[in-house]
Design a protein around this ligand. Sequence first.
Ligand SMILES: NC(=O)c1ccc[n+]([C@@H]2O[C@H](COP(=O)([O-])OP(=O)(O)OC[C@H]3O[C@@H](n4cnc5c(N)ncnc54)[C@H](OP(=O)(O)O)[C@@H]3O)[C@@H](O)[C@H]2O)c1
Length: 138
Amino acid sequence: MIGTGRAAHRQTVLDVGAHYFVDLHHNRLEDIGEVDMVFDVIGGQTLHRSATLVRSGGALVSITEPTPVPTGIARVIFFVVEPDGMELVALERRLRDGRLRPRVGAIYSLEDALAAFDPTRHSRGKTIIRVIDDGDGE
Ligand SMILES: NC(=O)c1ccc[n+]([C@@H]2O[C@H](COP(=O)([O-])OP(=O)(O)OC[C@H]3O[C@@H](n4cnc5c(N)ncnc54)[C@H](OP(=O)(O)O)[C@@H]3O)[C@@H](O)[C@H]2O)c1
């Protein structure tokens, strides 16, 4: 499994299970060679360049934008997540047994929830809005 990103994210990407890391700004994506599947969370040029790596019969999955179908690719998938209670329960199970390891960034109280959407406050990791105060002072 190959993970990509900015140089500063190398260790994080390796820690979550990638075998190799490709720095999108200093390495050439095209040098990776053919892959079975691309899962894109960046879009734009990165998505278009990644698409060319998928082997014939492979899959290109993107959550950022509908993707033009590159020649020879068997499956191109773009989807938008929909709220689903059963899937949330399944995700919770994965969280509890350690199969899902989220990277938590900033944590806001419900009173400060508006600030969580302030684009000038970009933080690394997922932003949490704490709805229930569990009394640990966060
Ligand atoms: N279809 C769906 O259902 C769905 C659901 C959730 C999210 N999305 C979309 O998926 C995308 C990612 O969402 P997210 O919540 O995962 O965002 P995120 O937590 O901000 O993660 C995006 C990651 O990609 C990195 N990145 C962004 N542009 C980059 C570039 N040009 N070169 C290298 N690294 C880059 C970011 O690094 P930095 O932090 O250093 O910028 C960050 O680590 C967004 O476009 C979002 O709208 C779609």
